[in-house]
Design a protein around this ligand. Structure first.
Ligand SMILES: [Zn+2]
Length: 201
């Protein structure tokens, strides 16, 4: 049985695994629904989720299989995702703008510019914001890089969140102070060459 780790009395998560590659799966206990952030790819995760009888809604951060493969295995009332992820999932509600939902807990779903995956989506609830892989870089021509203008937009969106902690998928620490993440991204942005679209790191 997969361990469900508590963050607060309403927020918990299942840790990411490397084999099979499966993202961290966030869970927020609303009055009506269990809100899931990323459904992962590990079969033990889908078994755990199936064991929870409460109706479920999910937010999928981006289209990579380790974040969304279990969509096929978990019964969901609704799925929120970015337009690019919709192309792969072929279902769900596209998040084109901020969405605010009150389900006893406040849920804020928002588009999140990301070099890692086009059309990423984040979820903020209280002091915590689930960001998936959105703060990570991407690979171009075998090299690790950020898209400079996308990174600038991403930093702006992240600064505007009121959450104090960012939840970063696959990160050994997972729960990181907002200021620490923003400082890291600003450090990368400061290394840009104004003549180049990409920041090679
Ligand atoms: Zn990813």
């Amino acid at each position: 049985m997969t361990e469900i780790l508590k963050i607060t009395d309403k927020i918990s998560y299942i840790k990411a695994t490397g084999n099979p590659l499966s993202a961290d799966v966030g869970m927020i206990e609303g009055d009506e629904y269990l809100w899931i952030f990323d459904v992962g790819a590990n079969e033990s995760v889908s078994i755990s989720l199936k064991g929870i009888t409460k109706p479920k809604k999910a937010v999928v951060s981006h289209f990579h299989p380790d974040h969304m493969a279990n969509l096929e295995h978990v019964m969901l009332e609704e799925v929120f995702l970015g337009a690019n992820t919709f192309k792969y999932a072929k279902r769900g509600t596209v998040v084109a703008d901020d969405i605010f939902i009150d389900d006893g807990v406040k849920i804020h779903i928002f588009p999140l510019p990301s070099s890692h995956a086009k059309g990423s989506v984040g979820l903020e609830t209280g002091d915590y914001a689930f960001l998936g892989d959105a703060t990570y870089a991407t690979m171009k021509q075998g090299r690790v890089c950020y898209n400079a203008s996308v990174l600038k937009e991403e930093i702006t969106v992240l600064k505007n969140l009121s959450a104090k902690f960012f939840l970063i998928s696959h990160d050994e620490k997972f729960i990181r102070p907002k200021e620490e993440i923003i400082a890291e991204l600003e450090e990368i942005y400061s290394k840009r060459d104004p003549k180049e679209s990409f920041i090679w790191i």
